[in-house]
Design a protein around this ligand. Structure first.
Ligand code: SF4
Length: 469
């Protein structure tokens, strides 16, 4: 759900007031940043690795229509079933009919942003089907009845003490600061889920058109259990995850874990090749893949095509000063941080409508672009979305997103800037105002400066601009 105007500010103020959130985020993002910077050079020259990964995505997204058809054909040839979902609602209905046809009562889920995007947990539970998240972070979030706040580490906003209290309250375990003990508790609970589940639901990191295979990177091994133990496996895959051939995977796999968690490779890397074949001892009886559009096809043709190169590593979140300050929940949608600020207004998330506040949630410092392993120019797209917002018939950005006073201030600036004489007079007026006793203090209380000056020192107005005589 796109964060409407006002909600982002409200939520981010609440987030910044939390004494625990800032340190928890700083601790985790500092580690991820150090990991990425330390690991990438061990794998090769970082800019060359990024360029190679980007070239794979550029080539595959350019042929996405053909590759989607090829993937469907190859996956069916392996005995799997392929479904196409135009939006989240269609994807949920497909999933429900597979579950109903097979009398599914319990679903074991592996971490997947595409399934978060279509919000299946709540939906299936409303239909009487139990869903259990099996990634530890997702399991914690599910117990807390919250949404993930980071693409890679969904419970990044929680301290170990908070998790311990949650386990105590929901599972009846004694409170402990010992993370290994908490992990053992979760393992005990989840082992039963793997064994009893009728259906396993995952996403996929890459879907290979040539071979009809899905690949999955995990650190806990739950992805492997979810795809092989239940009698039915369903993968919900955004169409942008399709690559042409198996040899496209290594360049992407080199930069994904390194950029995400600072690992050279994740603990598990699974290649999933359809249902169990005669003579095989494990694997699901049925394998389905739901190829999800949900706004992606619309992104192919315009200014935002680059966002389809995203491999969901989370590096842009870790370096973003806005994300570091407000955390993931302030963004409101499935995807937080700079990539979320770009894709959330573009995906067909329910209630999504302009003007969205999210493109404003950036200082445009460019740290996200520098960190991105596929060199996505996120600041360019954020500026472009702001521009679209201004032109949108829903009312104009200045009035609906940034407030009336800021709109008036910018109109005044534009009027003054069109004439050197007017600009000169306006500069003189501002200098005079800034010298009035108490003016700077007063400005803090009135928009548009009040928001900016809320936590900053208002600078002096320059005595002279370079172009002034
Ligand atoms: S935009 Fe780039 S840095 Fe951000 S999640 Fe996607 S791939 Fe990672």
């Amino acid at each position: 759900m796109t964060t409407p105007v006002g909600k982002f500010r409200e939520k981010s103020r609440e987030a910044m007031a939390s004494p625990l959130l800032g340190p928890a985020l700083k601790n985790a993002t500092d580690k991820f940043i150090a990991g990425r910077l330390g690991t990438l050079p061990q794998l090769g020259e970082p800019e060359s690795l990024k360029q190679e990964a980007r070239e794979v995505k550029v080539r595959c997204i350019a042929r996405l229509d053909q590759l989607t058809a090829q993937f469907a054909e190859s996956y069916r040839a392996r005995g799997g079933q392929v479904h196409f979902a135009a939006d989240a609602q269609e994807a949920r209905q497909i999933l429900l009919s597979i579950a109903r046809e097979n009398a599914v009562k319990l679903v074991a889920k592996s971490k997947s942003m595409a399934t978060e995007e279509i919000e299946i947990n709540h939906f299936l539970e409303g239909q009487g089907i139990e869903v259990v998240e099996t990634d530890l972070g997702e399991y914690i979030i599910q117990l807390a009845k919250e949404k993930p706040s980071h693409i890679i580490t969904p419970a990044i906003h929680k301290t170990k003490e908070q998790v311990s209290s949650l386990f105590h309250e929901k599972l009846g375990t004694p409170e402990t600061p010992d993370i290994s003990e908490m992990t053992r508790t979760a393992k005990r609970v989840l082992r039963n889920v793997f064994l009893k589940a009728d259906m396993g639901v995952t996403g996929a990191n890459f879907a290979v058109a040539e071979t009809g295979t899905l690949t999955l990177v995990t650190n806990e091994g739950n992805g492997r259990m979810v795809t092989s133990l239940p009698r039915i496996h369903v993968a919900v895959v955004g169409i942008e995850k399709i690559v042409e051939k198996l040899s496209d995977v290594p360049p992407l796999l080199k930069v994904l874990p390194a950029s995400a968690t600072g690992q050279k490779i994740t603990v598990y890397f699974s290649i999933i090749s359809g249902p169990r074949r005669p003579g095989e001892t494990d694997g699901p009886e049925q394998s389905h893949v739901i190829l999800l559009d949900n706004g992606r096809i619309d992104m192919l043709g315009g200014d935002y095509r680059e966002s389809l190169y995203c491999i969901r590593c989370g590096a842009c979140l870790n370096v973003c000063p806005v994300y570091q300050a407000v955390g993931g929940h302030s963004y409101g949608g499935t995807y937080p941080g700079p990539i979320g600020a770009v894709v959330t207004p573009l995906l067909h998330e329910e209630d999504a409508k302009y003007p969205s506040a999210l493109p404003q949630a950036s200082s445009l410092c460019g740290a996200c672009r520098d960190a991105c392993p596929v060199k996505i120019d996120l600041p360019r797209m954020l500026v472009s979305l702001r521009h679209d917002g201004v032109l949108h018939p829903a009312g104009g950005f200045s009035a609906r997103v940034t407030g009336m006073a800021e709109g008036v201030a910018f109109r005044f600036w534009a009027w003054a800037a069109k004439s050197p004489a007017r600009f000169h007079q306006a500069a003189k007026l501002m200098r005079w105002l800034f010298k009035l006793p108490g003016f700077k203090g007063l400005v803090r209380f009135f928009p548009p400066a009040s928001g900016w000056a809320f936590a900053r020192e208002l600078p002096e107005f320059p005595e002279r601009f370079g172009w002034e005589e």
